[in-house]
Design a protein around this ligand. Sequence first.
Ligand code: HAM
Length: 423
Amino acid sequence: MAEIAAPRGTHDILPAESASWRWLLQAHDRIAESFGYRPIETPIFESTELFARGVGAETDIVEKQMFTFTDRGGRALSLRPESTAGVVRAVLGAHLDQERRPVRVHYRGPMFRAERPQAGRQHQFTQVGVECIGERSPDLDAEVIEIAWRFFDALQLTGVRLQVNTLGDAEDRRRYRDALVAYYSPFRARLCDDCKRRLDINPLRLLDCKKDSDLVAGAPVMWDLLDAGSKAFFNDVLSSLEKAGVPATVNHRIVRGLDYYADTVFEFWHDSLHGAQNSLGGGGRYDGLAELLDLPPAPGTGYALGAERILMVAQRLGIAPGPDPDCDAVVCSVETPQAQVAATFARELRTAGVRVVLDVSERRLDRKLRAADRLGARAAVIVGEEEVRDGTVVVRDLFEHAQQRVGSPELTDAVSRVIRMRA
Ligand code: HAM
């Protein structure tokens, strides 16, 4: 029988990688919570309609990239390709906006998109993100951007470039769509198949095409068609960012791949990631999303960042922490009769907060000590016949190759002293 491999576009996070994952996820929790954002978790699958209506039926994500299935009751469900629609559903569904406005939440978890897998692009990937729901203010757009910025700072991830743009309000976008259709229509015959369709159903997406990129340079620019109110809102976002000390580049070509955005949109780029995958994350304002979901109107703003892409950059910059040792100490018996006493010592140490692996195998002591080295243990506690008889125990410092014999009541103190030397 053939070996069963992990599904295409997925990867396992093995124990050696867990320290760098914890580093990233805990930093995001810490920074988001320092701004008053509280954790939220929503289901990994949702009704397909949530994404069709929220993200947009004509977007690439919904049209081509969703993992959709039918449950036993005939309902169409999809693995979530993103979290914003689900979070808005959950927050407004639970009427959290009646207790406090805005509602500030942060999340982390797996998302699923059936894109062609390559470096930085997977079928299952992890996002960390925040959403701020219930109030419309340029200061809140700047606030969510600042959270992401402080998060990159906390990781010491240098070289991130913030790109910001505005898509204006619904009326601005209608004008812009018309302008794009007028510009692209004479070129219809030479457009790629995707762009021919985009021209009819979602002209904003024409600007994202890599094949017809020569046309993008001459396309009308959104900014030129915005009304004064939209421009003023965006300028307030920019000045709020400046006050927060977050450097932003205005890039009028940022349109984003999800339909729910209005006004502010932004992306975080990193040059060490290439091509279409250079974006560490992005977000923006989505004031019309709640209504698309038939929920009471509620403006919102937020972002999501791709954890795998951030870790790729962190590895390149050499800032991701290496693997943690498996344990602090190994307790080994020299021979079988001492196994019970060794197990008792191990339990005692664990109760005191020491991470302990117990080795009462039949292996020779020198092998056990070599194995302890491989686990990254700093201390070995050796329990032999003599030790059991005298009520003593040998504590060995595996880094310094020094050892001492202590009475068993002093065991915890002696091990703690050796371990502290690691810190
Ligand atoms: P998005 O731009 O579709 O936005 O995704 C955000 C980030 O998720 C991307 O910049 C990228 O780092 C990561 N990502 C997306 N697809 C993949 C993939 N196939 N493999 C690896 N990483 C990927 C959103 O998802 C919006 N919900 C953001 C948002 C929140 N807007 C407002 N609030």
